[in-house]
Design a protein. Structure first.
Length: 29
């Protein structure tokens, strides 16, 4: 249960970083 919640938290953080990365990339285009 702990590992599942930890994995979910990591995925959420990664998703936020990816969205920021994409927004910065497409923002320059």
């Amino acid at each position: 249960m702990f590992l599942q919640s930890e994995r979910l938290r990591v995925m959420t953080e990664t998703e936020q970083h990816l969205s920021l990365l994409f927004s910065s990339i497409f923002g320059e285009v």
